[in-house]
Write a protein that binds this ligand. Structure first.
Ligand SMILES: Cc1cc2nc3c(=O)[nH]c(=O)nc-3n(C[C@H](O)[C@H](O)[C@H](O)COP(=O)(O)O)c2cc1C
Length: 173
């Protein structure tokens, strides 16, 4: 039977919300993923860095920029043993400097996505998907990468209707 995995990256701590900095316990992408889990029954995997970025927003920004420039592949806390059983992977992440966090590249490069469908979902504060869809296609050449869903991060809690529509358009509901 067709099986779906939600793999996501999300950072809590200090973030920027429409003009103000705030500390949060759950990141925007994770809020969207939690809402999605009420709509579809899937396995979930959180992509976590062994050495996470700083809880301080301005420091995190610089660390992430440095990793992007260095094309770093940060080590992860863990990886699924295999993704063989999944035919669809919903990949959810924040926009970091116009693409995915480098840890998401680490995740994608750990597996062969040939023949699988990838549905990208990107939370952001205005840059939309950025170049992330193109980067996923480049990293996973054998995958069928569908049109992604862009969600404004600070509106994550109100995203359920658009997530539902997107899942439905992709045959998951
Ligand atoms: C390191 C870093 C880089 C970011 N770069 C961008 C960007 O280039 N464009 C954008 O619209 N938002 C950018 N953002 C905002 C995040 O994409 C947005 O807050 C997102 O919802 C955070 O998701 P999370 O809380 O799940 O980690 C950046 C945030 C961080 C921390």
């Amino acid at each position: 039977m067709a099986k779906t995995l939600i793999a996501y990256f999300s950072r809590a701590d200090e973030n920027y919300f429409g003009g103000a900095m705030r500390y949060v316990k759950v990141g925007n992408t994770e809020i969207v993923v939690n809402g999605m889990k009420e709509l579809i029954d899937t396995d979930t995997f959180k992509i976590e860095m062994k050495n996470p970025y700083s809880p301080v927003y301005m420091t995190c920004i610089e660390e992430a920029k440095k990793d992007l420039r260095a094309k770093a592949r940060p080590e992860l806390v863990s990886l699924p043993e295999s993704i063989d059983e999944y035919d669809t992977v919903i990949l959810a992440y924040p926009n970091y400097w116009g693409t995915m966090p480098m840890a998401v590249f680490t995740f994608l490069e750990a597996f062969d996505f040939t023949g699988k469908t990838i549905l990208p979902l990107c939370t952001n504060e205005g840059s939309g998907m950025g170049g992330s869809e193109r980067d996923i296609k480049k990293t996973c050449p054998g995958a069928d990468v569908k049109k992604g869903l862009s969600i404004t991060g600070s509106q994550a809690a109100n995203a359920k209707a658009s997530v539902q529509k997107w899942l439905s358009a992709n045959g998951l509901l």
